[in-house]
Design a protein around this ligand. Structure first.
Ligand code: FAD
Length: 193
């Protein structure tokens, strides 16, 4: 039978973090999460770059990170007076919830979690498992790998590639995108997105 001691997760956004949390909660696996953008660990694109006014499109009652505890997120909100079961919480609060849960679970898992602020550029099959190659030149060996890299960053459409205009924003989720926008422009952007 295949013996699995070590898992490597490439991408520490929403899916990678949730997988890490649940692997640490059950069993004895050691987990390494590789996330290239340190400020996205636990948050990813959706719950990291959000502005204060950006809210989830799903009620708190359906956003628990723990399948066996469906009220977990709603209770977390209620304890902090941020909402309850029927609330549409902010995406920032949801990112904070995931990060707090990862911290809590890893502190109980006694050294089983390693997080690396690195970019994985390749993944090789080895005799015993897999080897992730990082941009820094370092490597991470594991028995199994999970790929959770999310969506590719947006590309410019060819017609807009050379456009030099502040009216053109190719990545509305980038932290710098709202600069110079009025609240009215921002709400139009949000509605369009
Ligand atoms: C703006 C927005 C709002 C959303 N709002 C909601 C909502 O309200 N409710 C809802 O249910 N869903 C929402 N979603 C959908 C939600 O984003 C997805 O369901 C989920 O967050 C995707 O998670 P993910 O782990 O696949 O990607 P991400 O959370 O983006 O994580 C991928 C991570 O992998 C990292 N990465 C990529 N390549 C590498 C590499 N080579 N090496 C290391 N790290 C790497 C990236 O930096 C990133 O942090 C929203 C999505 C977006 C874009």
């Amino acid at each position: 039978m295949l013996k699995v001691d070590q898992a490597v997760i490439i991408g520490g956004g929403f899916s990678g973090t949730l997988l890490g949390i649940n692997l640490l909660r059950y069993g004895t696996l050691k987990v390494t999460i590789i996330e290239r953008q340190a400020d996205r660990l636990g948050r990813g694109l959706a719950y990291g770059a959000a502005q204060e006014g950006h809210i989830l499109n799903v009620r708190a009652a359906n956003m628990s990170a723990l399948p066996d505890q469906p009220d977990h997120f709603a209770d977390w909100l209620a304890t902090r007076r941020l909402g309850e079961q029927g609330s549409f919480a902010t995406r920032r609060d949801y990112g904070a919830y995931l990060c707090a849960l990862l911290d809590e679970v890893s502190s109980r898992a006694q050294g089983r979690l390693t997080t690396l602020a690195e970019e994985a550029i390749d993944l090789l099959q080895t005799d015993g498992g897999v080897r992730a190659i990082l941009r820094s030149g370092a490597t991470v060996d594991a028995d199994i790998a999970a790929l959770a890299p999310g969506n590719l960053p947006p590309h410019d459409l060819p017609a807009f590639a050379r456009l030099q205009s502040t009216a053109y924003v190719n990545d509305p989720s980038a932290p710098t995108s709202p600069r110079g926008c009025s609240p009215r422009t921002m709400s139009c952007c949000s509605a369009a997105g």
